[in-house]
Design a protein. Sequence first.
Length: 403
Amino acid sequence: MAYQPPAEILEKYAKVLVNYALWSGEGVRKGDVVYLQGQTSSLPFYNAIEKQLLLSGAHIIGRLSDDENGMARFVYQNASDEQLTFFPKRYYKAIADLIDHRIAILSDHDPHELDGVDPKKIMLRQKSAKPLIQWLDRKEDRGKHTWTLASYGTEATAKEAGLTIEEYWDQIIKACFLDLKDPIAKWRQVSKEIHRIAERLTKMKIEWIHLEGVDADLHVKIGTNRNWMGGSGRNIPSFEIFTSPDWRGTEGWVSFNQPVTKYSLRIDGIQLKFKKGVVTEAIATKNQKFLHELLATDKGASRLGEFSLTDSRMSRITKPMHDDLYDENMGGKYGNTHMAVGRSYFDTYLGDVAKVGPQALRKLGFNESVVHTDMISTTDRTVTATLENGKKLVIYKKGQFTV
């Protein structure tokens, strides 16, 4: 019989998502419509969330996909390009208009299911979802939509991470404070400190940052009207503090010592070189072809969409988890540097983003793409900021913020 976490742990986990993560820390409201997505491998957690949503007075639109019988591989091997790109516009527009929130459970019954599948087919399907992504993003910009992601550990994912399933769940439990009597109270406390640092960085009016280490020498233009953010409940767990920089001012090179897993394919040993804001060279020791397909998805897929740092003092995640959600929030000795190429977060605009159209945001260097590819490193990095007045300050060193 497959391992299943204790019911009380899953109940606490579900309460964090429903009663804290949605509405940016406030929790779901009676009458809200929530789109709940999961896989059959996450069924115990899916059911626990469904129960909490019902008890909170929410309305549920559920989607439970079968990931235990090879269906994803069957689809990509047998579907025509026409089937892969089919997008029922009226259906998804109605969904986007109706829902107040999304909760997505990340779980993987077989991390190798898509090994050998043509990456072009995978990205073909992803591209077709662009209108839905844009509708929901704009709704979020207006303060009418929130979302959260959480992971359900499986035997297969634990094995990929080199952990037993019990060790894997120990990381999940500690990362989400599920071993405490009141995890939500702890999340509010951590969020308060994250907001303090983020507000400090925003008020500093940083123009440029210089990321330095034995495996990085990268200059990133933050740009005007940028807000540093974190602690909103968008991901559980989440300890990162991030912004979406002006993609046009990215110059230099950077390596990532953690694997990236997208669409059940793992990419190792990534190194990127940027010139005038665009990736000009991309190397990987595993699945380099797929990395190139990701970067070629659309015009914005090879531009910087996010820059993020995690303070080692906040996160209780101490081991690589073969899960981007956890790895981009890793603590350990040096915290982590996390960057994403692809879609920017428009809500990092400093001002009322709902009153600013996409064209104006493009002029400020916010990037648009159908993909958002996170890449993570846990090596020792120093981040030096150049402020609006020309002053230079080290804002991050030895895995900790200095502000």
